[in-house]
Structures are given as structure tokens and as C-alpha cells.
Design a protein around this ligand. Sequence first.
Ligand code: ADP
Ligand code: MG
Length: 286
Amino acid sequence: MALILDHVTYEYGGGTELTVRALNDVSLVIPDGQFIGLIGHTGSGKSTLVQHLNGLLAPTSGHIYYNGEDIHDKDFSKKKLRSKVGLVFQYPEHQLFETDVFTDVCFGPKNLGLDKKEVQLRAFWALKQVGLPDDCFYQPPFDLSGGQKRRAAIAGVLAMKPEVLILDEPTAGLDPKGRDEILDLVASLKEENGMTVVLVSHSMDDVAEYVDRIVVMNKGSVCFDDVPKQVFGHKEELESMGLSVPQVTDIMHALKKAGWQSVDTTVTTLEEAKKEILKQLHKREE
Ligand code: ADP
Ligand code: MG
């Protein structure tokens, strides 16, 4: 089954002089189990798009289907949708509001109407999954570090056992170590729970190592939708949209420019780059 956007257009401030068209005729199929990177410059419409996937925003025109049903049909349960399609917001501060982390993580499963014991079991499970240390459980969410706040926000969504996990810029504001920890966490959650994952970022380096597919947004439209290697082949176009290819891909392009005519410029991971450079060096020795 899948989540489908069918010709979705969205305008903020509809009907006024201040109308902003944030999504322009976007069609996308998100099949079960895929790991998707949704990439675009600031203002390209990423957050607007993901808020459509769990019904927080309704399209100005077009439709969204979850497992074949239109999510804006009047007898479709939005509450159920939000438990199946979990969205971790761009700013964890917008999501964490209870007096302590544990109560916060209980909020979602409690809202699903589960009994108290099940709610607490789910909260403990989710907090363990995201690797928050026990001594954080009963602290106010605002006392946590940036990376820990992200983990708490992810736990709050995970506790509902969603089928689709959407993370809006989960690495924003983190240092490189915090960034890698969160990305590794997302990859391991995906691996263990078999969920569909949509990871929103403005950095190709965030997604190059992990995702099956990259969807690139520019000015409210999807401009590339392909496997990472194919997308990174469009270096110039990406740069004109304020995006860059991963650093390793950039290095391969620089090597080509410097005279390594046959170097593979579709390399996207460190491991591939290492192999390719060694291959080229051996060739030169022959
Ligand atoms: P991204 O997440 O890629 O940075 P957004 O979806 O936040 O992009 O924004 C897309 C466009 O919609 C931008 O032009 C932004 O200024 C505009 N926008 C976002 N939120 C609002 C809002 N609440 N009211 C009016 N315009 C908005
Ligand atoms: Mg955003």
C-alpha cells in the first residue's frame, strides 16, 4: 500500500492579496518500506508537503490517498491517520509541551485510547529505541540538549507505532557529531521496525549514505525524483537551486576536471569514493 499525492497544490492565505503558492501540482507515490530523502532549499515547500501527508494541511486542489482512501473524505479518520503517519516537526519545541519527557511521550498513545499500562509500556519502549538515558525520562523536555530533544520528539511519534515516519529537518541546529548520531538512529529505527521513512533536509550529505530515493523540491514543485546516483548526476542544476551534491561526489567532479577523464562522478558514499580513487591510481601505475 502507499501514500499518494495526486496533483496537490497548496496556497497560504488563499483568496487574499498575500497568497503564497507553496506547492504547485505535486504528484508523488510513497510506497511501503521505502527510505526517501526530501530535499530542497529553504522555502521550497518541504514542510508544507509533509504536513499534507498526515492531514495537518488540506490541499487547495488535488487529493491525498492513504492505502487507497482519500484522507479528506468525511468518514476517513484523521486521528487514525496521524497514528499511522507520524510527523516529527522541524522544531522539537513545537512538539514537546508536557512537564516531563515521559509524560510527553505518553501523550500520543494515550490519545489513541490505549489503557494506562499499554501507554506506559509503549513510552518506555520508544524512549529505549531512541537511546535516551534513563535519567532524562523525568526531566522537563526543555532541560535536554538539542540532540536529546530531537530524540524525545522522535520517541513521542514512535510510541504510536506509525507505519510511516516523517522527520522534518531532524539534523537542523545539531553539530556534526549530533547530526551523525540522529541519522544513524533514523537508519536503525527503519531497519528494526520496517517503517517507511521520509527524511526532510536541505543537505544532500545528510541523505546520500542512507536513502533509496531522493525527491528534490524547488519553488513548490518536484524537479527530480530518482535514486541518489541519478539525482547527483544533475550537479549544475542542483547548484542553481542552491543545493549541492554530497562532498564526495564533488571531489570526484574536481578530479575529472583535473584530468582524471575516466573517473566515476556518480559516486555518492565515502566507501565508493575510496574504491574509485584506488582503482584510478592502479590504472595510472599500469
Ligand atoms: P521549506 O520547509 O522547504 O523551507 P515551507 O513549506 O516552509 O518550505 O515554505 C514554502 C513557502 O510557503 C515559502 O515561500 C514560505 O515563505 C511559505 N510559507 C510557509 N509557511 C507559511 C505560512 N504559515 N503563511 C504564509 N506563507 C507560508
Ligand atoms: Mg521546512
